[in-house]
Design a protein around this ligand. Structure first.
Ligand code: ZN
Ligand code: ZN
Length: 438
């Protein structure tokens, strides 16, 4: 097993300020992959440093997140790794469900499983099933085993449906979240869906409290699709390397005194208790605009609705997230309908329109701020305890004392949002790029 994280040696630092109702927002990244466990491969094409210990170390020592979702907890080596950590006392099962790395700043871990399903009429779609206990992960693994080629691997195609997965997760006390819903690469809406009710019964949707936006979309874009109104929107990283953990995250409101465990977080999602979404400017995502691989043409305006490339006539244009959302919106989306049965008994969105979404803050991860390299990052983490603290709490003047006025100003600008910045949009699998400030 890899090096264990040095727990308890990092400074403790303040949480985001509690809201007016006395609730405390916690910072969660609910989509993190494991690449290796027990010396075995779990996820192909992901950083080998993405072991459970490596993830915990990154979250506790460098990011300062409160909650993460491990989305490969159907893989027997991952389950064995988590069980070994429990046996060693490094990880504690919470009485209500969920796990915690104890320490001055505890890290709650939700176990989950990302599954690929060939959804009728759409094609391959990714869903994440969140499960409250290691025992439920083991059961889920046994369910998947005969339905996939290799149950040890991540995001395997399974012979099942979203409907069956949602009902199964619900029965285990868990829930299902459609992953990166707008990406042309295996997102429900990116694959042609316009309304989850085309694939899910109301009974199953009662166990679907939220959808995950993915890197190329934000709240403003998602709200162009009326059928998404009843769903809480999550911003998660889908990290394939330790550095990417937390690049998108969600601030979730937890009632005072509630334990930071699985049922509290599940209830918060059902009741839409999101304080804010923090994510990349959609223009920085890899699939924001339509792109022609034959000539490199990126759609600048208008959209390529499955058309040929206007520049070279090529027929294999890769869809863009923005283009897809505009397409659904132009068709009037889907009928608004009601709130799915059982969803959001008391949530702020259950009253119907006008619906108020929490703010979506376009952040730039520190490592992407021009001029911030590994040594600057180390200085910032040592001084302030972690990236979340730097992004959310530390005043510019305190940053300047550590990294100098110029970098402090850039970090300050980056966390304030990128709406006014010059960005070359991402397309066809390439990330968008930020023009360095002067
Ligand atoms: Zn996925
Ligand atoms: Zn994923």
């Amino acid at each position: 097993m890899g090096r264990r994280p040095a727990l308890g040696r990092h400074p403790t630092f303040g949480r985001p300020t509690a809201g007016p109702a006395g609730r405390r927002p916690v910072l969660a990244d609910l989509h993190v992959h494991v690449a290796r466990a027990r010396g075995r491969l779990v996820k192909i094409a992901a950083s080998t440093r993405l072991t459970v210990a490596g993830i915990v170390d990154e979250c506790v020592s460098r990011k300062g997140l409160d909650v993460i979702g491990l989305v490969d907890a159907h893989s027997p080596p991952v389950i064995a790794e988590l069980e070994a950590m429990v046996d060693a006392g490094e990880l504690e099962p919470l009485p209500g469900g969920g796990l915690v790395i104890p320490g001055p700043r505890p890290l709650t871990i939700l176990t989950a499983s990302e599954v690929e399903v060939d959804e009728a009429g759409l094609g391959p779609v990714h869903y994440v099933c969140y499960l409250p206990r290691l025992a439920s992960c083991r059961e889920f693994s046994e369910f998947l085993e005969p339905r996939v080629t290799n149950v040890s691997l991540s995001s395997q195609k399974a012979r099942t449906t979203g409907e069956e997965l949602a009902l199964r997760a619900g029965k285990a006390g868990g829930f299902l979240v459609p992953a990166h819903v707008f990406t042309p690469h295996k997102g429900y809406f990116g694959q042609g869906g316009t309304d989850l009710r085309e694939s899910f019964s109301d009974q199953a949707l009662a166990h679907v409290p939220a959808v995950e936006l993915g890197l190329s979309a934000d709240t403003g874009l998602a709200d162009l699709i009326p059928s998404l109104r009843p769903f809480t929107l999550l911003t998660s990283s889908d990290a394939h390397s330790p550095e990417s953990i937390g690049r998108e995250h969600t601030a979730i409101d937890i009632p005072p005194g509630a334990p930071l465990d699985f049922p509290t977080l599940a209830r918060a999602l059902r009741e839409a208790r999101v304080a804010a979404n923090y994510g990349l400017d959609p223009r920085l995502g890899k699939y924001h605009r339509a792109f022609c691989p034959a000539c490199g043409h990126i759609a600048a305006e208008g959209h390529l609705l499955g058309e040929t490339c206007p520049a070279c006539g090529g027929a294999r244009v890769v869809g863009g997230v923005l283009d897809r959302i505009l397409e659904i919106a132009a068709r009037g989306g889907a009928p608004t309908g009601g709130v799915p049965a059982g969803n959001k008994p008391a949530g702020p969105t259950s009253e119907g329109p006008p619906m108020v979404r929490p703010p979506y803050v376009h952040i730039v991860p520190l490592a992407h701020v021009p001029g911030v390299g590994p040594s600057t990052l180390r200085k910032l983490y040592r001084a302030f305890g972690g990236e979340m603290r730097v992004l959310h709490d530390v005043p510019e003047v305190e940053l300047a004392a550590v990294v100098g006025a110029t970098l402090a100003r850039r970090i300050s600008a980056a966390r304030a949002g990128t709406t006014g910045l010059d960005i070359t949009p991402g397309a066809g699998g390439r990330y968008g790029r930020l023009t360095p400030p002067t």
